[in-house]
Design a protein around this ligand. Structure first.
Ligand code: MG
Length: 381
């Protein structure tokens, strides 16, 4: 009889060591949050009966947004202050006889590891993927390094798999004590935990370099990289503010145009369409069409991204140059970067905003208009 399981995904960490300013499980990897990749592998396994996601207090909405369509299949638990308290919260929501507890930050889990864990649970109350240590080990102190023998040492990964009642009993016996993982907790209570072969690919995203490695792995050896450019101009006139790169700038100027005249977003939208070889913004959003009058240009960008996505492309980087004497762009760069990162589904490190003038020359120099250039790099999925 095949062992069936409940998946419990731990997404309650703050994960700041990986950089990027947001919890690492919410960061985009190949255009999709890390959490969604990790959860999908478990949810798609034929023996998975339920998906429980443990999040930090107050993070429910962000976690649901990160899961996308998968959130409809998930139930949620709010995590505690420690690893063990968070797992305990998830465990309380489990209804199945077996549970696989997985770190959200391990998006490269494969189904063979799940199969091996389930097979091991037929003979033991616990199972964990384990790998030998290849590097030499040492402990660092004030007087230098002291080598530590690696014989018999193993690196433990997740999912860590347990019979639900056995793990619940171990938690009960452990009281409120915190453990680095469930194997440590289970072993402290004398539970038998079997090692199954771990997988080097199933690494945990911890440091910024891990994200770069993960992006390369997601791209695969056959991935293509394409680039698009865009250029746009709008007239400036006296007014009460303007939108640029999706950010409102209070000003005594406005940008004149059929939509909200956000030249930054228009140039970027054209760059996306360029990368996907799908024509230009005028082809898709004709100025003659009244439905675009006064439109929020973020809609154009989102639509272009969706079209590029249908063409198999996902963005990896964008760079926008704004050319004007006024308004001053500098004070708004950080907000623009954050806004474009959110719209593009990119990490802030993959979004750049530049500003320049034309030294008083030409229409931008005379303040008659504002120009924007953009370049976008996209990769086949
Ligand atoms: Mg335009």
């Amino acid at each position: 009889m095949t062992v069936r399981f409940s998946a419990c995904i731990m997404a309650a960490g703050s994960g700041t060591r990986a950089g990027g300013g947001e919890p690492k499980q919410l960061r985009a990897l190949a255009g999709r949050p890390v959490l969604a990749w990790s959860a999908q592998i478990l949810a798609d396994h034929p023996a998975c009966d339920e998906l429980i996601v443990v999040h930090a207090p107050g993070q429910r909405e962000a976690i649901m947004a990160a899961l996308g369509d998968l959130s409809a299949r998930a139930r949620f638990a709010s995590g505690g202050a420690t690893r063990s308290a968070a797992v305990r919260a998830g465990l309380a929501a489990v209804t199945g006889d077996h549970v696989l507890i997985h770190d959200a930050a391990r998006p490269f889990l494969n189904s063979e590891t799940i199969d091996a864990l389930l097979a091991a649970l037929e003979d033991a109350p616990g199972a964990v993927p384990a790998l030998p240590v290849a590097d030499a080990l040492a402990r660092e102190a004030d007087d230098g390094l002291t080598p530590v023998g690696r014989d018999g040492l193993m690196r433990l990964q997740t999912p860590q798999a347990f019979r639900t009642d056995a793990l619940r009993a171990a938690f009960e016996a452990a009281g409120g004590a915190d453990f680095p993982d469930e194997t440590a907790l289970a072993r402290a209570q004398g539970l038998d935990v079997r090692a199954i072969p771990g997988d080097e690919m199933n690494f945990k995203l911890t440091w910024p370099a891990d994200f770069d490695r993960a992006e390369r792995l997601m791209a695969g050896p056959g991935a293509e990289t394409v680039t698009g450019t865009g250029f746009d101009v709008h007239r400036l006139a006296p007014g009460d503010g303007l939108h640029l790169c999706g950010v409102f700038i209070a000003s005594d100027l406005r940008l004149v145009g059929h939509s909200d005249a956000d030249a930054g977003l228009h140039a970027l939208t054209d760059a996306i369409l360029g990368a996907a070889a799908l024509g230009d913004i005028g082809d898709h959003f004709p100025p003659s069409d009244m439905q675009w009058k006064g439109a929020d240009s973020a809609r154009f960008l989102t639509h272009a991204l969706a079209l590029a996505g249908e063409a198999g492309l996902t963005p990896v980087h964008c760079d926008v140059t704004l050319i004007c004497e006024r308004p001053k762009i500098g004070p708004h760069k950080a907000a623009m970067k954050a806004r474009l990162a959110a719209l593009m589904g990119l990490r802030p490190e993959r979004v750049n905003i530049k500003a320049t003038t034309t030294e008083g020359l030409g229409f931008t120099g005379r303040g008659e208009g504002l120009a924007a250039q953009a370049a976008v790099t996209m990769r086949t999925k």
